[in-house]
Design a protein around this ligand. Structure first.
Ligand code: SF4
Length: 221
């Protein structure tokens, strides 16, 4: 079976409703995953999933200027992701959200928390260094500390962040700049669904997409 390579598809035929196999590239999942496409669609019939998915679709629709979309056929966005998060939270009836943030983005977390609270949401936040556990206690050799190996260096503790928020029964959790790998552990251990407000990219000011647009940044990857 050919592995899917949608990123390399020249026309993204599915997005135009084209399913004729003669037009599709041989790596197209619509050729190679027919049974899965059918069985997956059935999962959306589950009442909870259906409702959750519907509200996500409505949130997506409302992210565009309705007049421009209908009259001009243009996709003009009307709000940033943090508003998307608060609007979606309201739609699904979420009251209590968790925020797992990196100490390096403490200011951003403070602002994000205040903004979400201004929308009536209860924000519980846990910083990565919570627990004050030295890196060596979690198996990182002293010489792999970023600064002085002789001194205390707080370890990121994404499992603790997840477990704290699990205890509080948050409706969903938001990642604010967790490190690569730590974000995966947080997601793995979080019982509530996880979304990301800020993806950490120290080099680009947390704007990783710039490496795909700028030829100067492109040379770094
Ligand atoms: S599903 Fe098929 S048509 Fe759609 S982007 Fe992937 S390869 Fe292209």
């Amino acid at each position: 079976m050919k592995e899917p390579k949608c990123a390399k598809c020249p026309q993204k035929y599915c997005n135009q409703g084209i399913t004729d196999e003669r037009e599709l590239p041989d790596f197209c999942p619509m050729i190679n995953f027919k049974a899965l496409i059918k069985s997956t669609s059935e999962k959306y019939r589950d009442k909870k999933i259906k409702d959750f998915f519907y509200k996500a679709a409505v949130t997506e629709k409302e992210a565009y200027d309705e007049h421009a979309a209908r009259s001009l056929g243009k996709s003009i966005p009307v709000r940033p992701r943090i508003r998307e998060i608060s609007e979606f939270a309201k739609k699904i009836g979420a009251q209590k959200l968790g925020m797992a943030f990196c100490i390096g983005l403490a200011e951003e977390a403070k602002r994000a928390s205040a903004i979400l609270e201004s929308h009536g949401l209860d924000i519980c936040s846990a910083v990565c260094s919570c627990g004050a556990v030295d890196k060596t206690e979690l198996g990182v050799p002293a010489e792999k500390k970023i600064r002085n190996p002789e001194q205390f260096e707080a370890s990121c503790n994404p499992i603790l962040q997840a477990e704290i928020l699990n205890t509080l029964n948050t409706d969903f959790n938001i990642i604010v700049g967790l490190c690569i790998g730590h974000d995966m552990l947080f997601t793995k251990y979080s019982q509530a669904p996880v979304t990301t407000l800020i993806v950490k990219d120290r080099f680009t000011g947390h704007n990783p997409v710039i490496t795909l647009y700028s030829r100067y940044h492109r040379d770094l990857v």
